[in-house]
Design a protein around this ligand. Structure first.
Ligand SMILES: Nc1ncnc2c1ncn2[C@@H]1O[C@H](COP(=O)(O)OP(=O)(O)OP(=O)(O)O)[C@@H](O)[C@H]1O
Ligand SMILES: NC(=O)c1ccc[n+]([C@@H]2O[C@H](COP(=O)(O)O)[C@@H](O)[C@H]2O)c1
Length: 290
């Protein structure tokens, strides 16, 4: 693994400290490679399916790899990403924090990218590598041997699918993300994994595909739409997050979204109950073509 980062200078938001309270400092099996999973996304709001990605990855890693997971992070994207339905970073980070605390003992939320200008995913992974390996010094085996931690991207197959779309990712960033770090890809209902990864064959050894055994197409888009219609979202997201949304009156109307994107969001979303099949991406293209 090459050492170079895309940048050597990482700008931290004011008052920022890297969260590592749930990061293991010990590698229990010295024959394994320590890894940290990083899920980048909007998380507006975070759902059980986001958390489920980590659980599926944990099973996959245990059964199919020589990796040992020492921690997992949700990294909510900056407000500057300006995606439709993107609530303010403060609320998204708070909701992710509630969800992570409610869940397993190895999940954390890193607010680094949320509270600053937009950072490309390749830079975000470099930031994790810098914090974990350079600042914290990686991990140690039980006999005291030092080991470098490998940072890996955890994403749904719709996100990896965008890597084959022209103009979305720079080739040098793909080389960095898939060549240097690698990723675990969770199948997302309606998004074919072969189709998503065909053009990424060059990096196939670093791309781990995790099949979805229970089909579930929960998305943040659908949750937002339910909330606007006054429908319950309980059991689609952790109770603490549902309570937080209710307490703060979030996603009640379109003005809670980034105002400049409201019209785009209207076009993207479909009525709850109307044709549940198909991927988020298929729905987007259907709504754009209608
Ligand atoms: N149901 C799901 N199955 C598999 N992966 C998922 C699922 N929902 C989200 N993900 C993955 O979680 C990551 C973060 O996703 P993101 O925050 O964009 O959620 P989303 O539900 O796609 O949001 P939105 O509906 O607002 O576009 C992405 O890698 C995405 O592929
Ligand atoms: N060029 C890039 O680095 C690039 C391109 C597209 C999406 N992403 C990231 O993917 C994540 C998820 O994006 P969506 O919510 O649009 O699916 C975000 O964290 C975003 O920053 C990165």
């Amino acid at each position: 693994m090459a050492n170079a980062h895309l940048t050597e200078t990482f700008t931290n938001p004011e008052g920022y400290t890297f969260p590592h309270h749930r990061l293991s400092t010990v590698l229990h099996n010295p024959d394994k490679t320590p890894i940290v999973l990083v899920a980048c996304g909007s998380f507006s709001p975070v759902t059980y399916l986001h958390l489920r990605m980590f659980e599926m990855a944990k099973d996959y890693v245990r059964q199919n790899t020589d990796f040992e997971i020492i921690g997992g992070y949700l990294s909510p994207v900056s407000d500057m990403y300006k995606k439709p339905g993107l609530l303010s970073a403060r609320h998204r980070v708070n909701m992710c924090t509630l969800a992570a605390e409610d869940s397993d003992t190895w999940l954390m939320v890193d607010p680094w990218e949320a509270f600053q200008s937009y950072q490309r995913t390749a830079i975000v992974l470099d930031h994790f590598d810098h914090e974990i390996n350079t600042v914290l010094g990686g991990v140690h085996t039980e006999s005291g041997e030092h080991r470098k931690v490998r940072v890996m991207l955890l994403a749904g197959s719709d996100l990896i699918g965008t890597m084959s779309e022209p103009g979305v990712w720079a080739y040098s960033d793909l080389e960095h993300i898939l060549g240097r770090y690698g990723c675990l890809i969770v199948e997302r209902a309606g998004t074919g994994m072969d189709q998503a990864t065909d053009s990424l064959a060059k990096w196939r050894n670093n791309i781990h595909l995790i099949s979805q055994l229970i089909q579930n197409d929960v998305s943040s888009t659908k949750v937002r739409l339910f909330l606007r219609r006054g429908l319950s979202v309980r059991y689609l997201l952790p109770n603490s997050v549902v309570d937080y949304i209710e307490q703060h009156g979030l996603y009640q109307d379109e003005t809670t979204s980034n105002a400049s994107n409201v019209e785009k969001e209207k076009g993207k979303e479909r009525e709850p109950g109307s044709s549940a099949g198909g991927s988020k991406r298929e729905k987007e293209s259907q709504s754009h073509s209608s």
